[in-house]
Design a protein around this ligand. Structure first.
Ligand code: NAD
Ligand code: MG
Length: 393
């Protein structure tokens, strides 16, 4: 048995955060929880503190921090409370934890995850946006510090499991195939897409996820972000990464070798499998996921994505074909557009227009420093917000 792993979970109150704690609770002799973090959901964070007794809890704002601290004291829990982005970065790089689960959604996760990378932590990466924004910088930080980066995103975790792991045997990997469910609108009549509601967009047929990634799956831009993510994680040219729709979400992705062997990883669509894999790697632990019953599933099907149906995926492919320099802009514009759609300000079909206008509205800038990346993110958000205002006004 390995020594106790001390975890910091960035975004513990979210979908990935809660699934992580579900796996952790099954293995108290293996994991201890050093710190938990949430943006605003202090009710859930309080419950998690009661269950896992972390040394530290971090929230977004000062007011929430005071409230949470008072409740913890009243419950005679010794968890310290901090707040704000700097506290997240400090905790993620501190000696209190050796493993950081990066499960904040969106660009807000970048700096704390980068801090963990610079400090040489074991990082379980769910927050794909961080890698999309700053892949080169992030991977360099990982190499220089000796951090261990383990993918939690189900496709990337599947590919990681199918790749050879003895050094030097990476030769012979020809292509990666990322599977995609096609989301809730794969077969919906195209003319009706303009009128879909946020709840319809978030009703994913196979996965239960946070609302932002659910909308990303409905537009399929999620798969574009995942191609960029795979490019950085596996050092694979994007031209050798394919996207294949597989509506049942049983095959989570595949690796094609030069002898035309294709290795796939299968399982029920439940994030606790990739989370448990990454938590225990290279060992295997119980995840709580139901056994895969292929006889009952009976049929696995595949098809190519239709770019007329998924124009946001086409925009992501355009960014990739142009060298990926505009990845941070693509991500920022998408975050703004999805938030506006979820808030009822723009239509589902206008998400593409916001992203397209942003990509056209500014040149890709220098992404070789974190300041450059954050500046690109900030400017892209301004243009995207202006487009949202125009569309909703
Ligand atoms: P979620 O919305 O359910 O949870 C997000 C978490 O981040 C919450 O704990 C929230 O409090 C925190 N957070 C949000 N904004 C913040 C901010 N500004 N500062 C600090 N904390 C903040 O999201 P999720 O579905 O769990 O997804 C998390 C990440 O994992 C995303 O990057 C997503 O793409 C990725 N991912 C999720 C799934 C899934 O099944 N949910 C699968 C693959 C990848
Ligand atoms: Mg995924």
């Amino acid at each position: 048995m390995s020594t106790l792993q001390r975890l910091l979970i960035l975004g513990s109150t979210g979908s990935i955060g809660a699934s992580t704690l579900d796996v952790v609770a099954r293995h108290p002799q293996r994991f201890s929880v050093h710190a938990l973090t949430a943006n605003r959901n202090i009710d859930k964070l309080f419950q998690q503190c009661q269950a896992f007794h972390p040394a530290l809890a971090i929230v977004g704002g000062a007011e929430d921090a005071m409230q949470l601290q008072a409740r913890l004291r009243a419950a005679q829990l010794r968890t310290e409370v901090a707040h704000g982005a700097d506290a997240l970065c400090q905790a993620a790089g501190s000696g209190g934890c050796d493993t950081v689960v990066a499960a904040i959604v969106g660009a807000a996760g970048l700096l704390p995850t980068l801090s963990a990378a610079r400090a040489g932590k074991k990082i379980l990466l769910a927050n794909k946006e961080a890698l999309v924004m700053s892949g080169a910088l992030f991977m360099r930080a990982v190499r220089e510090s000796g951090a261990v980066l383990l993918p939690v995103d189900s496709e990337h975790n599947a590919i990681f499991q199918c790749l050879p792991h003895s050094s030097g045997s990476g030769l012979g990997v020809e292509r990666l195939i990322l599977t995609a469910s096609g989301g809730p609108f794969r077969t919906r009549p195209l003319a009706t897409l303009a009128d879909v509601t946020p709840d319809q967009a978030c009703a994913h047929p196979n996965w239960v996820m946070g609302r932002k990634i659910s909308v990303d799956s409905a537009t399929m831009i999620n798969k574009g972000l995942e191609v960029i993510e795979a490019h950085w994680l596996f050092d694979m040219p994007a031209q050798r990464i394919d996207v294949l729709i597989h509506p049942q979400s049983i095959i989570h992705s595949m690796v094609v070798y030069s002898d035309q062997s294709v290795l796939a990883q299968l399982g029920n669509p439940d994030m606790r499998t990739p989370i448990a894999h990454a938590l225990a790697y290279p060992e295997r632990i119980v995840s709580g996921v139901a056994p895969l019953d292929l006889a009952t599933i009976a049929t696995l099907t595949f098809e190519m994505p239709d770019m007329a149906r998924f124009p946001c995926l086409r925009l992501a492919f355009d960014v990739i074909r142009n060298g990926g320099g505009a990845s941070a802009m693509l991500n920022a514009a998408n975050e703004v557009a999805v938030a506006a759609f979820l808030a009822g300000r723009i239509r589902f079909t206008e998400i593409e227009r916001v992203i397209g206008a942003t990509l056209q509205g500014m040149p890709a800038a220098d992404a070789s420093s974190i300041e450059g990346v954050l500046e690109m993110d900030r400017r892209a958000r301004e243009i995207a917000q202006a487009t949202v205002k125009h569309l909703s006004g």
